[in-house]
Design a protein around this ligand. Sequence first.
Ligand SMILES: [Zn+2]
Ligand SMILES: [Zn+2]
Length: 268
Amino acid sequence: MHLDVWGARGSHPASGMAFSRFGHHTACLSVRSGDHLLVLDAGTGATALARALEASPPRAVDILLSHFHHDHVMGLPYLLMSLPAETDLRIHAAPECGLGLEALVAAILSPPYFPAGIAGVLGRTACHQHAAGAAFEAGALQIRMHPLEHPGGSTAFRVSDGARSLVYATDLEEPEQPDSAWVAFARGADLLVHDTMFTESEREVRRGWGHATIAGALQLADAAHVARLVGFHHNPVHDDELMSQREQELARVRPGSGLAREGESLPV
Ligand SMILES: [Zn+2]
Ligand SMILES: [Zn+2]
């Protein structure tokens, strides 16, 4: 299993050469296995994924959405539009905002948020609304969900192919100590992709914003005996120089760990 990174920024894209090493696009990752594609979030990185799929589009696509903040869904219409009409399309989420998944997806694909004309895409997209903590199958992959503390809610996903597993945990207020259910969810994962948006000083002034630090990610990675930690949801004002410093600090404490780079393919 490989996890392809199409966007690793949080909140909004980061433009300019000072951000080119870790990338510009917001949250989007994917796992391709033959004719099946699993997508984790559909931020602006989903537009790059859409272009990459043109040469050999998958027959079935499962899109897992952590939540509905702009940085996680802005690329969704472009990804859906780019896929051939015969593609088997499924969207999975556990929205906590009171609106149903189908209504949320319809709003993203419709005026006033998006020009009219892709109603057909909506008609052939199956929306699977799950309860927090649900488990289901996507192609040959097993998926488990875990609710996260974030304004409006967010969901972590554990993806397993039966032999290897990854945990995707972004947009979460880091706890003082991860509780036993959270540690159990991540236990033994081969790869943990975790929100590391804030420096320690940023976290001090932004408690309640629903994001984590490298120290918070390390706490879970160590408690759950995760093999490899990769930081994600990069602050869009952190340039390559600061990102490299933070990555070196992380790698010193936990060799082999790093911060996600747009365009890379992470072995799981
Ligand atoms: Zn976000
Ligand atoms: Zn968010």
